[in-house]
Design a protein around this ligand. Structure first.
Ligand code: CA
Ligand code: CA
Length: 326
């Protein structure tokens, strides 16, 4: 066990004196999933707010199918609809909020992603108002992309292999409100490619019921999301929502079948990278029961620090480590 002073940190880790780490995911491809209900996308929010009231209520451990609209609320109907034509208030509808029965503020919510079924039509946009190279964009452009099977037709001679993931998953924040295009400790606009099928996203919660909402599915997106969009699609997302026992978190964390991933959003990429690294080193220290220096060296030789996105109001970084080292 780690020394007491390590166990009492405020960041990522587990409650002192309890389990060292969670059991491995037991998701297998091709498994049958029992869905209890379909939650329609008409009930959606554009702000994660402490004052939000539930649109839906589910039991702890229930698996539901959540319909999500695309990030432009379906307003990009053709390639002549440009980013400037869409109000920021219409960006990133997140279906919900969904209250999870029995969840108390301060506990950790587990969002297990069972299935992501993308719509047949995706949207990609670039604009002088969007992305890391915005000043170099001379004119806005919208690309409507057809999706067939596991590929999207990006242009006449180029198909992109789909890597579907959920861009926005969040809960009501500690205080105030954040637009759904804002990432933060409450989750929100995570834009992180590992929030995909067979992954579990863990979120700290700040109100009873968690009030989780999700949307902004990308059929594909590269790390960084440099021009500001992925292949933006409506989708049907099957998730199991449950309380994660014996876990304490300050920020979101992701578990894939093979890795654990810390995540942090901050004003600069430097700050986000530092927070994600701190969280990972603490996580390693708890999981392995070793001191800071040992965990720090292990992170340096075995964990990967990556950029999630550089285009949202806060920058986001993450750090992943293979489960074999924990
Ligand atoms: Ca997004
Ligand atoms: Ca998006």
């Amino acid at each position: 066990m780690p020394p007491k002073s390590m166990a009492l940190h405020k960041g990522l880790g587990f409650n002192p004196g309890t389990a060292k780490y969670l059991p491995r995911a037991r998701i297998r491809s091709g498994q049958r999933v029992r869905i209890t209900r379909r939650l329609g996308s008409k009930k959606a929010i554009y702000n994660f707010a402490r004052k939000n009231r539930p649109a839906y209520r589910v039991a702890d451990g229930e698996t539901v199918l959540v319909e999500t609209g695309d990030c432009f609320s379906g307003l990009a109907r053709s390639e002549s609809d440009l980013f400037e034509d869409i109000a920021m208030g219409d960006v990133n509808p997140a279906t919900g909020p969904i209250s999870v029965e029995g969840m108390r503020a301060g506990e950790v919510l587990c969002v297990e992603v069972k299935r992501i079924k993308c719509g047949k039509r995706g949207v990609v946009m670039c604009s002088p108002e969007l992305g890391i190279l915005s000043s170099e964009v001379r004119r806005s452009r919208t690309r409507i992309v057809t999706i067939r099977g596991t590929r999207a037709k990006f242009s006449k001679d180029l198909e992109i292999v789909l890597r579907p993931h959920i861009g926005v998953v969040g809960v009501s924040p500690r205080k105030g409100e954040f637009p759904t295009f804002h990432p933060g400790d409450h989750g929100g606009n995570l834009d992180t490619v590992e929030v995909r099928e067979r992954s579990k996203l863990y979120l700290p919660t700040f109100v009873d019921g968690a009030m989780v909402a999700l949307g902004d599915v990308h059929a594909a997106m590269g790390d960084g999301e440099v021009c500001g969009t992925g292949i933006e699609v409506p989708a049907e997302v099957t998730v199991r929502l449950s309380k994660a026992h014996e876990m304490a978190l300050a920020r979101p964390m992701i578990e894939t079948p093979t890795e654990w991933i810390s995540y942090a959003a901050a004003k600069t990429l430097d700050q986000a990278a530092k927070l994600a690294t701190q969280d990972m080193v603490r996580f390693i220290s708890h999981s392995r029961g070793c001191d800071f220096e040992e965990a720090y060296m292990l992170a340096s030789v075995a964990a990967d620090l990556k950029i999630s996105q550089v285009v949202d109001p806060l920058m986001a970084a993450r750090m992943s480590i293979s489960k074999r080292y924990l």
